[in-house]
Design a protein. Structure first.
Length: 186
């Protein structure tokens, strides 16, 4: 079931982004065709999971990945939600912090054998989930900075204030899921 879902969602998203890429390339909208090109790559990335014997992610995490892509790439960048709605950016950073937190929980349970789970402190999970969310938030902000330096000049319109607010929202999302994770372990 998970494998079919990954194939269907990846192929559909990549096809959608290819269509947008062609449309915006033909209309010479450089900013939007570059976003669509990134969407083609990001949409195809889950296909790598098909090479794994056991996919560590459940269906909500798989769906959550494509929701994040659609909201960030299409709605945020191409449809202009980042410019139209001041709350859009911070809401997505909160969502992505939570999403990465749930990915962290899935990886935690995937890589620690079930027989050893009782021997591992629940605070290890807390630190792992939180650090994964913080790291992903920092890497995303580096990506935004690099994008503004070399390509678009539109990703960090608020400068340092935008960066810090985005980091705080990402950390808050990760912290919420980390707390949920240690409560769940009890």
């Amino acid at each position: 079931m998970k494998r079919k879902l990954i194939v269907v969602l990846s192929v559909a998203f990549v096809a959608f982004m290819i269509g947008l890429f062609i449309y915006y390339w033909m209309h010479d909208d450089q900013s939007k065709w570059q976003v669509a090109l990134g969407g083609i790559l990001a949409g195809g990335l889950p296909l790598v999971l098909l090479f794994m014997k056991n996919i560590p992610f459940n269906i909500p995490i798989i769906l959550g990945y494509f929701v994040a892509l659609f909201c960030t790439l299409y709605l945020g960048s191409i449809a202009g939600f980042y410019l139209k709605f001041s709350w859009w950016d911070s809401t997505l950073h909160l969502y992505k912090g939570m999403f990465v937190g749930f990915v962290g929980i899935a990886l935690y349970y995937y890589y620690i054998p079930e027989k050893n789970l009782g021997d591992v402190s629940r605070w290890i999970m807390f630190l792992f989930v939180l650090s994964l969310a913080v790291t992903s938030s920092v890497l995303w902000e580096i990506y935004e900075f690099a994008g503004d330096q070399f390509i678009t000049h539109t990703m960090q319109r608020g400068g340092n204030k935008d960066t810090m607010y985005d980091l705080l929202c990402g950390i808050a999302g990760g912290l919420a899921v980390a707390v949920y994770g240690i409560i769940r372990v009890k």
